[in-house]
Design a protein around this ligand. Structure first.
Ligand code: SF4
Length: 993
């Protein structure tokens, strides 16, 4: 027996129990409730503490979201708390040291805040857009957005442009809601569930709970995905599909439904704009726009129908009319018109299953069957539920009809440069089958549905961005036409990321993936200070990682950095922190207050609005300070109007005080939290600030659920009582119905401008054809931009990443428990493809894209379609970060696919001499990071020798020199190749484990 096992053997073989389970544990124990943040689901948790140390985390059975369920990540929060990667004090880059070397010196919070205050005060007084604030997957965008707006900079966004903005934009521009926080599949009543482009992703525990019930109840689950992992593993059928081709499949499905007449014609006529008349007159200034109803009839919403009985145009929703859904007509003055659905039919006339089969790899026969299965579930298997409701026209309905066909989709559709139109196609498919806010279909979550598009507007030009003045508009808005773009007077982008410019007009979540590149290049202008919160933009939150890291280090001719001042706030020693000039230590989620607010991205359920909070269960480690506190402090110091009284004194003493007392308008009664409002805490949703609101949340499992009465739970786009209620709550400014936009006249406005048929703002010549092409008011499929620009014979494989079930982004691959599940990543390759290249299971291989190459290990997998290779996201680390030993396997055999992905398209993408443009969706700016094409080649095998291997033979590539370790103000574990944690050790030994 090896010496290693002798002590263990003694321990387990002496007959003594390790502990007596019936004896109460020693020390002071307590259980506190709060909200998990090991992923973005936000489950309720109970944290068990002994002598002030976290000993155990379990799901909270009283919480509506997870009902007591906890996942591996959630339980492993204990290890995040004790991570040696924690940052413990403010740090400043050592004078004379180079960015990226990681050489820091400690400074006090006073000094850190004073440095920031001085710099930001000067920029605000001179040119506020010189300050840019970009954040990662935080859950405080209502606060960070408010800070940016009050500061007066348009240069603000969170991670959405890099994540799944296409999902939000494609759906919200169609029916006013979207998946995940804003809505989702009603699996309780669904009979067929189709999941597309989703691995183990958003809405983790709730999805698992719902799926298990759905399967037990006999529901059929079909997964369409290039890779069969995560949820797909329990699907009844896996339909493999080539990445970036989902739009073709969805179009073929719509084609089939229209061809066979198997769609919900009544729903389409009355709840969508499918019956509304459009001018079809190429060359006319109003071509492709809806014919206005001149009668002024209130119910028409300004639109017209063609009455199939009288064969005349009538105001939309005219009593007794039978709206035509097909055909072309002429108005009395000869104007050629057609209902929108007719144009959809014509647009998709050639999108046959045979056409889609050649693109997607899914057989035409299967596509036909799938269309019929969907129609059968939605149209034939529904039932009438005795739920009375009143529509916006005042018509009373005694029942709601269920549509038991549910969909869920996410990044697999979104993260392509053709994602917006793909998701438009999905939204139209869901709408034609009548599944929107129907039992068993897609259901909204408050405060959704919103207008199509929502009423929020961004600044439009330099007149809206002025020194010492809040921004005129929200930093991120929802444009309705070219008039809403954010442009300088010469038509160039107003924002550093070029969101809302002609390059990406509907970039409703910004383009954080282009911020560093644009700022480095000074295009559209240089900036002074970039503050990054909780985003690893020097590693897994960047495309083109190697170059981006160099950009952060690059200096101009005068020897100063091209991005002059870089502030990073994070709780952990991520790869990004090495580049900071000023590094601010954030707290862990167990050490702070947080609000998952209805003003932001709440955790609402189908049956009503839900918000929740985190309350600290532990004091902050050492000098860590919540970023929210930093923002409220800075806002007070800078005198931002929403944060100060009329006499300039500070309004809020800290973040909890801000959350309780902030109101969206004086006396509105609407604040960040909707529960226990009113002075005595008796009001829900609206009411005066309640000084005891935090305590009341803490006493009530940290969650507030306002159950809607049953008549307000369905058909909410058109439900009179719900529309009134939503307006009353401030969720919408109006109570008008939200008509589904099968045809998007918003897109047509941009197209008309690009064709020179709309007065006002015009795109630059280099972008005219691009805008006219991509702003098609009806969905169309074509290959992602990068595919079209790549020699596919040289790079035949699509390469994608997925998030593993046990880890969320970069946070968890440092976690001592979770890294035992995934300590490294490999490239998953279909065995037939690998064998063709002579690559055996476990061999090293080169993955080469047009932009670079990465060395990794191959793993055979039958669960990937042959044209795709994939790996887990963000497990590979740079050596020397995250508190891991420099030789930890994450850095040695783990690898990062981002090195192969480019943030800009090839130089000729816009035409010779026309400059570079982001590798993103031309409509929304969604990063096309699933568009990269690669080839794989065998890499040299390690030499056959008994001697220790040379490092290279067992290393992934590229490798980077490790940084200096950051100074710590609290004792931390030595860097170990395997992190260890012994519960209670710190209290026994008086030090950090
Ligand atoms: S699903 Fe996410 S929020 Fe819920 S317990 Fe797991 S890690 Fe925590």
């Amino acid at each position: 027996m090896s010496a290693l096992f002798k002590p263990l053997n003694r321990l387990f073989s002496n007959g003594q129990p390790l502990h007596d389970p019936l004896t109460p544990p020693p020390g002071d124990t307590e259980v506190k409730t709060t909200t998990c943040y090991m992923c973005a689901c936000r489950c309720g948790i109970k944290v068990h503490l002994r002598d002030g140390e976290v000993r155990f985390i379990e799901g909270n059975p009283n919480h509506p979201l997870n009902q007591g369920v906890i996942c591996a990540k959630g339980s492993a929060g204990i290890m995040k708390q004790v991570s040696p990667a924690r940052l413990t004090q403010p740090l400043r880059r050592k004078p004379g040291s180079e960015r990226g070397a990681g050489e820091f010196e400690p400074i006090s919070w006073d000094e850190a805040l004073q440095t920031l205050e001085d710099r930001l005060r000067h920029l605000r007084a001179t040119d506020p857009k010189q300050f840019a604030l970009f954040t990662g997957r935080d859950q405080m965008q209502a606060l960070t957005g408010l800070f940016a707006r009050q500061y007066g900079t348009p240069n603000y966004a969170a991670h959405g442009g890099f994540c799944s903005v296409n999902m939000a934009a494609g759906m919200i521009y169609t029916f006013g809601g979207s998946f995940w926080e804003f809505g989702g599949p009603d699996l309780e009543r669904a009979k067929l569930f189709v999941m597309i482009g989703t691995a183990e992703d958003h809405h983790s525990n709730p999805m698992k709970i719902a799926l298990s019930k759905f399967k037990r109840a006999g529901g059929r689950f079909i997964s369409i995905n290039p890779v069969r992992t995560g949820y797909s593993a329990i699907a009844d059928e896996w339909i493999p599909i080539r990445p970036g081709t989902d739009g073709a499949l969805l179009q073929a499905l719509v084609h089939e439904l229209l061809r066979t007449g198997r769609f919900d014609a009544d729903f389409t006529a009355h709840y969508t704009n499918g019956a509304q008349l459009l001018r079809v007159q190429p060359g006319h200034l109003q071509d492709g726009l809806f014919i206005p109803d001149a009668s002024g009839a209130e119910q028409s919403q300004g639109r017209m129908w063609w009455d199939a009985v009288t064969q005349r145009p009538v105001p939309a929703w005219a009593e007794g009319a039978q709206p035509a859904l097909s055909g072309r007509y002429r108005l009395a003055d000869g104007t050629p018109v057609a209902p929108a659905l007719q144009l959809l039919r014509e647009q998709l006339a050639d999108s046959t299953p045979e056409w889609a089969a050649g693109i997607t790899g899914v057989s035409a026969e299967r596509i036909r069957q799938l269309a019929q299965e969907m129609a059968q579930a939605a149209l034939d298997q529904g039932e009438d539920l005795p739920i009375a409701w009143t529509d916006w026209l005042g018509r009373e309905h005694a029942k709601v009809r269920s549509k038991p066909l549910a969909f869920h989709a996410m990044r697999g559709l979104a993260a392509h440069s053709n994602g917006f139109q793909t998701i438009r196609a999905l939204s139209i498919l869901m709408s034609l089958l009548g599944t929107i806010d129907a039992p068993g279909g897609f259901r909204h979550k408050a405060p959704y549905p919103k207008d199509v598009p929502p009423e929020v507007r961004n600044p439009r030009g330099p007149q809206d961005v002025r020194p010492d003045t809040p921004l005129n508009g929200a930093p991120l808005g929802w444009p309705t036409s070219p008039d809403d773009l954010a442009l300088m007077d010469d038509g160039s982008p107003l924002r550093i990321d070029k969101a809302f410019s002609w390059e990406h007009p509907l970039a409703v979540h910004g383009l954080m993936h282009n911020v560093i590149t644009n700022a480095w290049r000074g295009d559209p202008y240089p900036i002074d200070t970039l503050l990054i919160f909780m985003s690893n933009m020097a590693w897994n939150s960047a495309m083109n990682t190697v170059d981006v890291r160099q950009m952060l280090r690059d200096k101009g001719e005068d020897g100063s950095y091209r991005i002059p001042f870089l502030v990073v706030c994070d709780a952990f020693h991520s790869e990004m922190t090495a580049f900071a000039d000023l590094l601010l230590p954030d707290t862990s989620y167990l050490e702070r207050h947080d609000a998952m607010s209805l003003l932001d991205r709440p955790i609402s359920e189908f049956d009503g609005p839900v918000d929740s909070v985190r309350v600290p269960v532990l004091p902050p480690l050492a000098q860590a300070r919540p970023f929210q506190e930093v923002l409220v402090e800075l806002a007070g110091r800078l005198g931002l109007p929403a944060f100060v009284n009329a006499d300039g004194s500070r309004k809020y003493k800290n973040y909890p005080d801000f959350i309780v007392n902030y109101e969206t308008a004086p006396g509105s009664g609407i604040g960040f939290l909707s529960g226990w409002r009113g002075k005595d805490g008796t009001q829900s949703l609206k009411g005066e600030p309640n000084p005891k609101q935090w305590e009341m949340y803490a006493q009530n499992d940290c969650v507030h659920f306002h159950h809607l009465p049953e008549p307000l739970r369905y058909m909410r786009n058109w439900n009179r009582d719900y529309l009134d209620f939503a307006q009353e709550q401030g969720w919408r400014a109006r109570n008008t119905p939200i008509i589904i936009a099968l045809y998007s006249d918003v897109l047509q406005q941009f197209r008309l401008a690009a064709r020179g048929q709309r007065p006002g703002r015009q795109p630059p010549e280099a972008l005219r054809a691009r805008v006219a092409h991509h702003f098609d008011p009806l969905p169309f499929w074509e290959p992602p931009l990068e595919h079209a620009a790549t020699d596919l014979s040289r790079y035949p494989l699509a390469a994608v990443t997925q998030r593993p079930m046990a880890m969320y982004h970069a946070w968890d691959s440092q976690n001592a428990w979770l890294r035992q599940i995934h300590g490294h990543n490999r490239l998953y390759v279909n065995p037939a493809v690998a064998a063709q290249q002579g690559i055996a299971d476990g061999d090293w291989l080169w993955i080469t894209s047009p932009w670079g190459r990465v060395r990794a290990r191959c793993q055979y997998s039958e669960a990937v379609e042959p044209g795709t290779v994939w790996t887990w996201n963000a497990i590979g680390k740079a050596s020397g970060f995250w508190g891991l030993h420099p030789h930890a396997e994450e850095a040695q055999t783990g690898f990062l696919l981002n090195h192969l992905i480019r943030e800009e398209l090839p130089a000729n993408a816009l035409g010779a001499g026309q400059g570079l443009i982001s590798n993103s969706d031309p409509v929304t700016g969604q990063a096309g990071w699933y568009d990269v094409r690669v080839r794989i080649d065998h890499a040299e095998a390690p030499p056959e020798t008994d001697e220790p291997l040379p490092a290279f033979a067992e290393q992934s590539w590229p490798q980077f020199a490790p940084p200096a370790a950051p100074p710590q103000s609290a004792p931390h574990a030595p860097q170990l190749s395997v992190l260890r944690y012994f519960a209670g050790r710190s209290s026994r030994q008086g030090k950090q484990p």
